[in-house]
Design a protein around this ligand. Structure first.
Ligand SMILES: [Ca+2]
Length: 457
């Protein structure tokens, strides 16, 4: 029985989980709960994110390329309060909203989750890197001498100042996702009893270094040999706990559950992970292994079940899609470029395509690194690793992902008859560049107040 005409949204995002990590994507560590979610819903095999944590989270919450918002790298000061986040939009449409776990879109008052449309939050302002700071005697000595605030976990409610609740350190690290899921499940239970539909954004700390396995998963199964596999097993279990919370609250028929990742794994870093058959990793933009990650979701019936699709879909597309599913498409701002498409028809089984035909991929320096349209992929810039520069080839590199998923053989050098492919994707580049004359990109940290209205131009 449907209490709500509008669906609840449980949006779970893992940190640095690769395309090939889940068993439903061919991974070797079993992830039965996530696989079941996919089997009951949709599994995207061609889901694209941005190059790092902050950019993808910015894209999810604004529907915009992060380069437009000045959030194209992890050191960004975060989203300008002017941005109208998915939480703002759904909140204005009558949703209860909450965020649990990682934020990473601004660490100062005025740019925290409760300043950006969330009713409540609990988690950390930046990245879990900071959990490792206090393991250094030197850091502790400097923090003490200079009166620096050590990394903290925070909580806040809309209209109130966020407060630090405890240290973010390696003692709490193994239990972080247990705590995140406890808080999120409690919210789901409370919201299920409330009058409003809800949107909850649950950002796991796994699988981002510094890592430490939870005691319940730390070499507790003889089939698992290492920490990455132990943590993957935990990620799966935590997703299961959230699915159970939804089902036990009796709202499964009214609730969309999404599980995805924010960026690729970094197996070359020595810790583990798999980006499947795709070339490269977290630090090799714009290789496919850097931008393509898992995304599965389950929509209320009669949406498709067990659909595996190679339709293009991107982090930017949740915004318009959720707005449409919430019946709030009229709240999508018209005073700024929104790059996402509305794929609600596809998710409900009413349309054959998502509506996304191409994706522009920007690097951590804000440069337009590549365009992908179906299996045609064109690189304008690339990097071969964390310690390598971003360079421009003499000619753009053209790949056919259908024949060459590993992007091993640029076609121009071998065939030379691919100019039409370059011309085809150049149209999307021109369209983006044209938008900049009317809507220049916001600079990182800029106190942006809005674009002049057309009448003023
Ligand atoms: Ca990440």
């Amino acid at each position: 029985m449907s209490k709500q005409p509008r669906p609840n949204i449980v949006f779970i995002v893992a940190d640095n989980l690769g395309w090939g990590d889940l068993s439903c994507y061919g991974g070797v560590t079993p992830t039965p709960r996530i696989d079941k979610l996919a089997a009951e819903g949709v599994r995207f095999t061609n889901y694209t994110v941005e190059s790092q944590c902050t950019p993808t989270r910015s894209a999810i919450l604004t529907g915009r390329q992060s380069v437009r918002s000045g959030t194209y790298r992890v050191t960004s000061p975060g989203l300008a309060p002017w941005e109208y986040t998915l939480a703002n939009l759904l909140s204005d449409a009558g949703y209860a909203t909450s965020l649990w776990g990682k934020w990473h879109l601004g660490d100062v008052e005025g740019r925290l989750p409760t300043d950006q449309g969330f009713d409540e939050w609990w988690g950390y302002r930046n990245s879990v890197d900071e959990a490792g700071y206090t393991t250094y005697a030197a850091y502790n000595a400097i923090a003490k001498a200079q009166g620096l605030e050590t990394p903290k976990l925070w909580e806040g409610k809309r209209g109130e100042k966020s407060v630090a609740v405890c240290e973010l350190d390696m003692k709490v690290r193994p239990r972080l996702d247990e705590l995140i899921v406890e808080k999120a499940a409690d919210f789901i239970r409370r919201a299920a009893d409330g009058e409003k539909p809800f949107f909850t954004y649950i950002a796991f700390s796994h699988i981002h270094p510094p890592e430490r396995a939870h005691p319940d998963f730390d070499q507790t199964d003889p089939k698992r040999l290492g920490m990455y596999a132990d943590i993957l097993a935990e990620v799966d279990y935590r997703v299961g706990q959230l699915v159970d919370a939804v089902e036990q609250a009796g709202i499964a028929d009214d609730t969309i559950i999404v599980f995805s990742s924010d960026n690729a794994a970094w197996p070359e870093g020595g810790f583990g992970g798999s980006n499947g058959p795709w070339r490269g990793h977290f630090f090799t933009p714009p290789a496919e292994g850097c931008m393509r990650v898992p995304a599965v979701l389950r929509c209320p019936k009669p949406a498709p079940a067990g659909l595996v699709t190679d339709e293009m879909f991107s982090a930017h597309d949740w915004y318009k899609t959720f707005a449409a599913l919430a019946g709030a498409a009229d709240r999508i701002p018209t005073d700024r470029p929104i790059d996402g498409v509305d794929a609600s028809g596809f998710l409900l089984g009413e349309a054959e395509h998502t509506g996304r035909e191409a994706i522009l991929f920007f690097g951590p320096d804000g440069s337009l690194m590549s365009v992908k349209r179906g299996n045609i992929k064109v690189w304008y810039y690339y990097s071969e690793g964390l310690e390598q520069p971003i360079v421009a080839p003499q000619f753009p590199l053209v790949f056919d992902l259908g024949s060459d998923p590993g992007e091993t053989t640029p076609l121009f050098g071998s065939k030379m008859d691919v100019g039409w492919m370059m011309a085809l994707v150049a149209g999307y580049v021109r369209e983006y560049r044209r938008s900049l004359t009317r809507y220049p990109n916001i600079k990182p940290g800029e106190e942006f107040a809005g674009y002049p209205s057309p009448a003023v131009d």
